[in-house]
Design a binder for this molecule. Structure first.
Ligand code: SF4
Length: 730
């Protein structure tokens, strides 16, 4: 190479060579694929269909699937660059065991022997409940189903939850309380069919970009966006509502007050399909526009205008994400949103839905099948009928199935801290970056006798603490299904082999089940994800999330099928479907429930020492803790470091200038040397920092306060101060 360079020859020739592609014309020759593999994006819950181009056994490009109903050929920047994660330098390749305080390579046999031995030791000494498991929203549904059985019936601990509790458990709990079951009732098509779309705390332009395509399908609708920040989504709105942080519940109650006062409600629907309306009407009397204006900072005229737009619409859609969910009042805010939809009959109607836009690619699959917050198939732990039903399907005694949910994620961490849990298995998540008030988490993990971390990446801040690291295959390397936010099941397929000795999570679960003697009882004869899928179809049959008519072949053909899709369905597989179209809900009497839910201020108000309200969130370039996207050069170069947004009024008062390094301090910790962005996107008195960065980990300052119903953290608001940093920007 050196000689060629000295001779003046073009050593970059191969890198810059062009070739002709049938679809897109001239492209880099290195991106010309010899085979194409259809799959589904492994990042967010939009669920875009895509194809991976493979050349000589290596993934060289990702493209949108033009025939997929969700994205019709489009992808966002993360999806377009997704193939790069497959051969990232930080992939986990071999099982690693901690010996003499360092992780060293071992065989899979040694890894499984160690894990089984440690779990058995802990179980014998303290009981199986001293083992905890925290998983993710990124496995395929077949893996969630398998893991749930393995943990609850094989290992025998109920203390199993997913990191999905950190992002959308409030939506789950809110749906269960209002409608009797989890499950977003609408379809993406509703965004195009609604007269009014109200987005609350949902920056879809940045976090779910392809949903903007569905919003754009109907330019005549009115788009209303409520958000404390002037996000990219707010900039798309016909009407932007700059609500004060955590005033969403008051706004929604205020809209409901006006709908009732001005008779913009659907009395027949309320009469026939709901309970609790009279109590709600009395309760909402205090949510007079003047009262709501004082809480939200919106004018009374603006609140009335929004209420009338929503109430006059033939169909109205409300979408929300983390702005609502990341709150200690999150579940109740979801109930207030459901109240609005119910009192106007906007449930199960084309264009009308209270719609939780969820987070990870298969958070929904976890909700449906995982045996963590519910029994598989949205069955309830506390229902004897549901337990007997499952026991019959699995041919086991009903007494084997727990009658109570185990600890939720934050409570597992508390149990680790108090040494009630001694061994922990973390799967495909990175809590050392994502968990609130990280100092407490570090203290807890330091008390574990055994920590096994199963991940596609190493090192991560979490794998570095592990006693055992299990290397797992990721998106693009394994088979299964994902369910997106609109309940559409799509197929994920392997395009390349996993690196080194990494195995699919499914294979790891089966091999571990064999090691602990549970395989024959729980997974007889299973060897492929399809074996789990076929059993899951039987378990879901007749349930709200009925998969029984879905086949792998049909998924490949139509690109995605929304459940419920029973085996005798005569509808076209790819058609849009809604829940509760006949007004019958999953409650005992079939009627939905109104809830009287009161606004209250967020727990840690600003003070003289900590005068700013901190807001955290995502950026379009990155994903979760940046384990994946930080290894994709094109994404990393666009957003290589964290920043802090501050209004010019505050920056001037503090004598801070754009790009100054600043420290962010709360009662719990300090984030050092974050780059200052001075912008009117953020209101005076508030600051915003993206949450992806381990190097500027915002969870050093966030609070470990949780929604009492769903256990979701209150990430969104806490009191901080900002100081000019004594260090320079790295
Ligand atoms: S919008 Fe979500 S699912 Fe679609 S390409 Fe982007 S990250 Fe993937």
């Amino acid at each position: 190479m050196k000689i060629r360079r000295m001779l003046g020859l073009d050593i970059e020739r191969e890198r810059y060579a062009f070739a002709k592609d049938e679809v897109v014309g001239h492209i880099s020759a290195q991106k010309v694929a010899d085979t194409w593999v259809k799959t589904t994006c492994g990042y967010c819950s939009v669920g875009c269909g895509m194809v991976i181009g493979v050349r000589d056994g290596k993934a060289v490009t990702s493209r949108g699937d033009v025939n997929h109903p969700v994205n019709r050929g489009k992808l966002c920047p993360k999806g377009l660059a997704e193939h790069y994660v497959l051969d990232a330098d930080n992939r986990a390749r071999y099982p690693l065991l901690r010996r003499n305080d360092a992780l060293s390579r071992v065989t899979w046999d040694t890894a499984f022997d160690t894990m089984a031995g440690e779990f058995q030791r802990v179980s014998q000494k303290y009981g199986p409940q001293a083992i905890g498991v925290i998983s993710t929203g990124q496995l395929v549904t077949e893996e969630f189903y398998t893991l749930g059985k393995l943990v609850q019936l094989g290992i025998g601990t109920p203390h199993y939850d997913g990191n999905t509790t950190l992002c959308m458990s409030t939506a789950v709990a809110g749906y269960k309380r209002s409608f009797g079951s989890d499950g977003p009732p609408g379809a993406y098509e509703d965004m195009a069919k609604a007269d009014v779309v109200l987005l609350i705390g949902a920056n879809v332009a940045e976090n779910h970009p392809i949903l903007c395509m569905h919003l754009d399908d109907n330019p005549s609708k009115t788009l209303i966006v409520a958000d404390p920040r002037v996000t990219k989504t707010a900039m798309m709105a016909d009407l932007y509502l700059p609500v004060r942080p955590r005033s969403d519940l008051a706004l929604v109650n205020g809209i409901a007050h006006i709908l009732i006062r001005d008779d913009l409600i659907d009395r027949d629907y309320i009469e026939q399909h709901t309970n609790g309306f009279d109590d709600l009407r009395t309760f909402l009397e205090k949510y007079h526009p003047d009262y709501v204006s004082g809480i939200t900072g919106l004018s009374t005229e603006m609140i009335q205008k929004v209420a009338h737009l929503y109430g006059d619409a033939k169909s109205a859609f409300i979408g929300w994400t983390m702005g609502v969910n990341h709150s200690s009042k999150g579940t109740e805010t979801v109930n207030a949103i459901n109240n609005l939809a119910l009192m106007t009959g906007n449930v199960g109607r084309v264009g009308g839905s209270p719609f939780s836009i969820t987070g990870q690619c298969n958070a929904m699959g976890s909700r449906e099948a995982s045996f963590s917050s519910s029994l598989p198939g949205y069955r309830k732990f506390e229902s004897e009928t549901d337990r007997e039903d499952l026991a019959r399907l699995w041919d086991i005694p009903p007494g084997c199935i727990p009658s109570k949910r185990g600890l939720a994620y934050p409570d597992i961490i508390t149990a680790v801290l108090t040494k009630k849990i001694r061994a922990l298995w973390i799967i495909a998540t990175n809590p050392l970056v994502s968990f609130p008030n990280i100092a407490v988490l570090k203290q807890a993990l330091g008390r574990l006798e055994f920590l096994v971390v199963q991940d596609g990446f190493h090192p991560t801040p979490t794998t570095e603490l592990a006693h055992l690291v299990l290397p797992a295959a990721i998106w693009g390397e394994k088979e299964g299904t994902y369910t997106n936010s609109e309940r559409r099941v799509s197929k994920a397929n392997p395009a390349v082999a996993p690196p080194g000795e990494a195995l699919s999570d499914f294979e790891i679960f089966l091999r571990f089940a064999k090691k602990i003697g549970s395989y024959d009882k729980l997974f007889p004869g299973w060897s492929r994800p399809k074996d789990a899928f076929e059993e899951w179809k039987r378990v879901s049959e007749g349930r709200l999330c009925d998969y029984s008519g879905i086949t792998y072949q049909a998924l490949e053909e139509v690109g995605g099928i929304q459940w419920p899709y029973p085996k005798d369905s005569t509808e076209p597989a790819e058609a849009s479907r809604r829940l509760y179209t006949d007004g019958t809900f999953q409650t005992r009497d079939g009627r939905a429930q109104f809830f009287c839910v009161d606004w209250e201020p967020f727990p840690e108000q600003p003070s003289q020492d900590f005068p700013f309200i901190l807001n955290t969130g995502r950026t379009v370039e990155h994903w979760h803790t940046r384990t994946k996207t930080g290894a994709v050069p094109i994404l990393e170069q666009i957003a290589p470091r964290a920043w802090l947004e501050m209004n010019p009024v505050d920056a001037t008062r503090l004598a801070l200038r754009p790009h100054d390094p600043v420290d962010l301090i709360s009662r719990r910790g300090r984030v050092r040397s974050v780059e200052l962005r001075v912008t009117e996107v953020i209101a005076p008195g508030q600051v915003f920092v993206p949450f992806h960065f381990a190097e500027w980990n915002i969870n050093q300052v966030t609070q470990d306060i949780f929604d009492p119903i769903s256990r979701e953290p209150n990430y969104k608001q806490c009191a901080v101060r900002v100081e000019k940093s004594s260090t320079v920007l790295a």
